[in-house]
Ligand binder design. Sequence first.
Ligand code: CP
Ligand code: NVA
Length: 310
Amino acid sequence: MAINMKGKNLVSIDDLSREEVVQILEIAEIIKLRHYSQESQPILKGKVLGMIFQKPSLRTRVSFETGMIQLGGEAIYLGPDDIKLGQREATKDIAQVLSRYVSGIMARTFSHDIILELAKYSSVPVINGLSDLLHPCQVLGDLLTIKEKKGRFSNLKLTYIGDGNNVAHSLMFGAVKVGMDIVLAVPPGYEPRSEIVEKAKEDAQKIGSKLEIIHNPKEAANGADIIYTDVWTSMGFEKESENRKNIFKPYQVNQGLVSKAKDDVIILHCLPAHRGEEITDGVVDGPHSMVIDQAENRLHAQKAVLALLL
Ligand code: CP
Ligand code: NVA
């Protein structure tokens, strides 16, 4: 049964029902197929997406902008110096004014509260394009990639190795939403936020999947179907970078760690990668790595989100 998602926000995967996540992935597959068969899909003709960025971006910016253009609409990039979010006027004024111009707002911010405030005061859908807490669009693309490569979500061990950050948070929400087992190996003190873990565990219990947080990367990699990693230092935490390099060293995804996983393991990374830190060249460029397909799937997954919400 199709679910009408028009006008909804995408702040967190946790706000979506399992059926809504499944629907996004199904629409993404159709949109991707049509794109590959060069079928024009002008379903967002006349619509405009306002894109607010407090932080840099390659994938999010280009995939959203290209996605809008491919669906017949347009996108306006609003970088840190354009609207000076948080400095020039109140966020709620930005949300209300932008809502009178554009059909949807996508925002990448430092504080997650800004995303929540935009969503509260905007009368058009607000899409979280990464905050310090969450990165839901990334994980929708990741789920699409896993579905394509593995053909299922059940009986899979998804292993995340590294920092308990925004990507890890959304990955937990996404995995349990579709019934995938997930284990995270993180250094002590860098665990995901407890309130996110608790929420994700509730969903895991409902659907019967496992969610585990451990400290041993080898144990986590053992028998894994998917190994996922991300940078040790996220945007906004640069001052901690040197200290983190020492703490996270045992959590590097290298050939040794990958050899613990299943023979057909796939390696995922949201990118940008810090080669030689959280992942070696050999692994990121190796035969198990799907990171470029994964980056491409941001485009298709987000086009599905745009088609459904705007
Ligand atoms: N993965 C991701 O969001 O990449 P960007 O920071 O380049 O947008
Ligand atoms: N965790 C990373 C993801 C970048 C796409 C960051 O927030 O910088």
